[in-house]
Write a protein that binds this ligand. Structure first.
Ligand SMILES: [Zn+2]
Length: 323
């Protein structure tokens, strides 16, 4: 009985309240309640701390990577992709990562720029929305010389990051920028070599090989992860007790390559070596409980790797409300 009278009171209050609103002419009309769709995505930046360092994950966009680009059994890949609710064809994000150490502002990879279509190319735009002026970038670390990593370096032949030095593995520089390979590859592949040379050209006097001892700067070291390209390299950032491995293209599809790290991608230069590097990176990340940052992991592309026997699982990072 008690609850009934409570309900009655509530309903009466609502009626009285509604009548008062109507009298005041403030009752929302059905037409006014229809909000036009925003038709625009939210800005693509994510921020967290890593010890004293500040990490900003920057979204470049997304690209379809069909299952047939991977080396697994077609039916098994379809099953895994379906089980992970991936769209058909699956899409991969393209991410870049800014790391402010307090002393230097690093940018690992630069996205696609204007090389790969309108669903991509937003690294610089998102960087500005995140409050970072591209002119403030001190050092660009390139994991490798594929267009979805170097494309953002230039805008109409001019450097997009005019104060930045660039570090790049000697092996990738020789392969993609030298004269040897471009003459050997099929004509279809030549544009990739030409795009790479054009992208780094405005930085010619500031292009540096990765240091032999692997030390880039305080708390920043290299990790050779060859296979996807001959000089594919990860970068390990350490501050306080926290460490992050920015691993470039170790994973192109998480639904496939965490459970099956031996499954390779069509873009790999040396598939066997790429699979070995993937296992090495997974094992290191799992053993050391590293935060990993992947260029093609679902945005923001940061998380952790769990290992149980030969199986691996990805755990996305938590999005903190305050940093
Ligand atoms: Zn890539």
């Amino acid at each position: 009985m008690k609850s009934q009278s409570h309900l009655a009171l509530t309903r009466r209050d609502l009626i009285i309240g509604g009548a008062a609103l109507a009298a005041a002419g403030t009752t929302p009309s059905p037409t006014a309640a229809k909000m036009p769709p925003a038709k625009a995505q939210a800005p693509g930046f994510f921020r967290r701390k890593l010890g004293e360092f500040e990490i900003t994950a920057l979204l470049d966009g997304d690209i379809a990577l069909e299952l047939k680009l991977f080396s697994g059994d077609a039916a098994e890949m379809e099953k895994l992709s379906h089980a992970h609710y991936q769209p058909s064809p699956p899409h991969a994000h393209v991410n870049a990562f800014a790391v402010n150490t307090g002393d230097k502002l690093y940018l690992v990879d630069t996205g696609t720029g204007n090389l790969m279509g309108s669903s991509l190319g937003r690294v610089t735009e998102n960087m500005v929305l995140a409050g970072i002026d591209p002119d403030q970038v001190d050092v660009i670390l390139l994991t490798h010389l594929h267009p979805d990593h170097f494309g953002g370096l230039t805008v109409e032949g001019r450097p997009a990051f005019k104060n930045a030095d660039i570090y790049l593995s000697e092996a990738d520089a020789k392969f993609w920028l030298g004269n040897e390979m471009i003459d050997k590859v099929p004509a279809d592949f030549r544009p990739f070599f030409q795009m790479a040379s054009a992208a780094v050209k405005p930085y010619a006097h500031r292009l540096m090989p990765l240091p032999q001892n692997g030390e880039i700067g305080a708390g920043v070291t290299t990790l050779a992860l060859p296979g996807h390209t001959v000089g594919h390299t990860g970068f390990r950032f350490s501050s306080g007790k926290e460490q992050m491995l920015v691993w470039g293209d170790i994973v192109h599809n998480l639904a496939l390559q965490f459970p099956k790290p031996e499954w390779t991608f069509a873009g790999d230069t040396d598939r066997e070596q790429a699979a070995a590097s993937r296992k090495k990176a997974f094992d290191m990340a799992a053993a050391d409980r590293l935060l990993v940052a992947g260029a093609h992991l679902p945005y923001p592309g940061v998380g952790y790797v769990e290992r149980s026997r030969d199986h691996y699982r990805y755990h996305p990072d938590f999005w903190p409300s305050k940093i």
